[in-house]
Design a protein. Sequence first.
Lengths: 237, 238
Amino acid sequence: MDILIDLLLSGKYIAAVGAGMVLAVGALRYGGAKLWPWLGTKSGGYVLAYTCSFALYLGTALQSGASVDAHLLLQAVATAVMSSGVLDHWRDLLGAAKKMPATAGVITSIFVALTVISCSDCAGTKPTGGSVIASVIDCAAPGGDILDRIKLEALKMGAIAFGPDVNKWNEIEVLAVNDGLTIGGCAFAQVVNEWITKKSLSTGSAIAEVHDAKETFEKYRSTYAGGATFKTVSGDL
Amino acid sequence: MRLGKHPARHDKRTVMYADVTDATMPDFPMALAQDSFVPEVVDMYDNDKIGDCTCASIGYLENVWTQYGRAGSLLTKDEVIKAYCDVAGYVPGDENTDNGASMLDVLKRWRNIGISNKKILAFVKIDHNNIDHVKSAINMLGGIYVGAMLPNSAKKAVDSGRIWSDVSEEPGTWGGHCMSASRYDRSTIWLRTWGKSQPAEWSWWRRYVDECYGALSPEWRQPNGLNLDRLQLYLSNL
């Protein structure tokens, strides 16, 4: 499961993920409609789509190390609305709400209000390659065997970094991209920081090398990690 | 807890850090702890009773440069208080003379006369609004000498052991304070004050820090990337 999440977070398989989501929602809607006909209606389809988008955002953010707070929930609501086509759907839903009991209408209105408020945060979300990236990626506390895998990957990258290869930082970046954010990104951040700490004590051509290492990592951070901070045992990188 | 930093003063003869680094500012680690040898709690040199923060911060920097006594002697409390007496005219026991000091005056004395038996080779002013320069200086010089205009919220945060992050108050509602810094990462800088390491967010730093210097100590390794020839040239022209 962790590998799957990492692949999703890497953003490389977003087309496949999108197709998978469409199929899953379709199957849920038309299969579910046999048991609960409301799922087959327009309103049922909208609610299903919003719920899936909301859950996808929340799930990927949590896997990236984000903590649950009002800000994250509001961003998830906003993402759900945006990814589902926004206004037309809301008009239809509000129209349906008029026919519902008063309580349902109020709940829908609150949902609309929350969406409007949270859209002020939309610019703050940083999707990369179609997936949602948390602003902080916790490299120090993920569960399961992830810590061991980060260490292993860091060892592999470290061997390249401290080796003689000329193009080593591009090589390491490719490894980081392939391993996904939680493993590849965390390992990359730690190796670059350790390498720069050691190299900045030496003299001569090290200055250009250090610059190259840092530039490659910062490019990786902005391209693949949405500018996120990597929280590691050495500090926030 | 006492404060004791006078308002920032600029001497146009002071060499800027950016002027004595190599053509391109040398890169620095994303996270660095130059004070890893120093215990979390150290002597606060009576800064809980008197306003000697400008001299206590020299003691904190010496802690780092000597790797907490492994590579040189530490400053004692008496030596730090004597430095405060010499620079600021403080007379122990006379509260009326406990009026704090200017960081620039302390630096000049440190360089020209020495604090106890310790003398720095030179000091440079760091553009405290340029976080890259601040990090680079910590990397090269082992630590920096920092002045801030603290808000009252900073006192509450220290009392409750919280990070300095609240930027809602105007600077200086509590007063001017001098500290040192030898550790940072992408989100935080740790300021050594009152014997402890106080974390502060960079946004807090931008709002409240009003002056910052780097001192070149013979006890610290020769920094890579600092152009010592150019520094000597600047100094000889003063």
